[in-house]
Design a protein around this ligand. Sequence first.
Ligand code: FPP
Length: 273
Amino acid sequence: MGKDIPVAEEMNQSQARYPELFGRIDPAAVPRHVGIIMDGNGRWASRRAFPRIRGHREGVHSVDEVVACAREVGVRVLTLYAFSVENWRRPKMEIQALMSLLREYIVKKLPVMHQHGIRFKTIGRTEDLSPNTRKLLRRAEQETAGYGGLVLNLALSYGGRTEIVDAVRSLVRDAADGKLHPDHVDEALLSARMYTAGLPDPDLIIRTSGEHRTSNFLLWQAAYTELYFTPTFWPDFKRREFLEAILDFQGRERRFGLIGEQLKPTKRVDDAL
Ligand code: FPP
């Protein structure tokens, strides 16, 4: 614990490249946790007559830019939906290509995580992944566990319903062992059994590629989340598009079931309640 985040900051690229957009962001109302459904890699590729994997490869550049931008604007947690439980039904070749991109990403970016104090985490049934991939993920999680910068949370072999099933199973197991009384089950206890235990619920979920669904992503955690849909395909979603999504979020009034006058001038869940 307590590894220091490097003090010397390189130039903030988001500010340097997009001064107007960056300048409009209210630092006091930046979403703490942003989730992203990265969609449209295949369509981006097929419009250019490229193989699908080329879209995924370009999508990794978007991951790079968005991780950097999230850090630069002060987002605390970024959860990226990188591989769903449903994605196992894709052609074997595509699955292998995605897993190899994932491994390549971890190997290349682990030094960057160290440099910026990024804490790497995964959520999902990662036991479904190959031993090689699991080993790399564990290594990145362990080496960065003490950092206090951005939490980069990858959802892998993730499904929101699967997550709820796993949480309920763990509660039922405790009840069967006599360690838990049914009356003690409440929302906080269930939240603590989710893969995201210890993380704030997402304030904002972004979905690219024009689909208006949440597709089994953070079902339990998204009860009060603002949703942002954009027609942009994921490979075209870079710093500028992320900053635009943050600004859109900041223009919304979040009520959490309260009336307007009850809200303090903040857009954060914990502060507003
Ligand atoms: C959705 O596009 C995208 C995915 C299923 C995978 C996302 C993966 C990456 C961006 C690359 C690897 C990730 C990391 C973190 C290194 P799609 O294939 O469903 O696109 P389509 O709907 O247009 O077919």
